[in-house]
Design a protein around this ligand. Sequence first.
Ligand code: NAD
Ligand code: TYD
Length: 337
Amino acid sequence: MHNILVTGGAGFIGSNFINKLLKDRDDVSLVNLDKLTYAGNLENLKESETNSRYQFVKGDICNSELVDYIIKKYNIKHVINFAAESHVDRSILGSQIFYQTNVIGTNVLLEVSRRNDIEKFVQVSTDEVYGSLGPDGYFTESTPISPNSPYSSSKAGADMMVQAFHHTYGMNVCITRCSNNYGPLQFPEKLIPLMIINALNNKQLPVYGDGLNVRDWIFVHDHNKAIEMVWEKGKPGEVYNIGSNNEKKNIEIVKLILQYLGKGEDLIKYVKDRPGHDRRYAIDSSKITAELGWQPLKTFETGIAETIDWYLANKNWWERIISGEYENYYQNLYGSR
Ligand code: NAD
Ligand code: TYD
């Protein structure tokens, strides 16, 4: 049995990871440490909560006594760190919690892992650490780190620390850098779920700037399969880019969602641009394909249809979210621009 500490497992990507891994395999036992911030939702883990190989602990990755206690109590040998403050717009409104969780939190996990002889540490990072591309080219693992937002700079800081722990202490670490994810259970502050829900509610769809910024979209299960493979087979100290060759302009995504839902384009509202908005992300993932044999399975056409259908079928899930503090966030966001 592999005893794994998964952090941030109540969020979008982490909860999909836990649900899928427990379903697919019987040789893993998972402890999920999550602070349950606005983005953490135990409802995401309904299908896993009664599994005897799953345990939830509410807490902060910055709490080293707690992390140490969990690692000892559950005989943890592997750590996969999903926990983070993850939204660029929120990092622009206030950056401190981003450095606290993403940098200090990762430091706590690394220190406690080192002292407890953890066998493998996987840091779930992002392509945003590479900065922004012009119209051509791709991020490879040797592209220089050049983050632009408080969010991406906090993730870059964590990545460098993870590499330093490998270099200095010989820790067995890997870093994954994935492009923009979409799929079920994504908090409706990110582009795709926000646009789906606004369209369903006949609310305006706020498109930043000229709508021509490009993101390279990947279905969440394809990302999580790559993380699983990096955990099992990734070489110590290595970085693996993950992407599925699916560049889209934001406005294309927005129009596609409206079309799927049978809504008019008059709902689109161009709004003031995000400060420091990265123009284009595009990932070269040939290394993970060549070295570990990973390939994305989902086409965008299928994945986006499944995702929209999921939001249509799970109205209760998102209605509970948008009836909370959500509206305050949007007032702050647009008030600040
Ligand atoms: P999310 O915001 O949906 O979830 C983050 C989770 O971390 C939440 O459950 C939250 O409660 C938890 N958390 C936050 N601070 C914590 C703390 N101090 N201690 C313990 N738990 C804490 O994020 P996501 O979209 O699922 O992203 C997961 C990871 O993947 C992040 O590290 C992010 O940087 C990375 N990533 C995300 C994307 C994407 O498109 N969403 C792409 C590439 C990489
Ligand atoms: P987002 O989902 O926040 O991911 P990231 O900033 O990490 O790439 O945004 C994706 C793209 O969509 C980005 O170019 C910003 C844009 N965007 C909008 O145009 N309107 C919105 O309301 C949001 C949330 C994002």
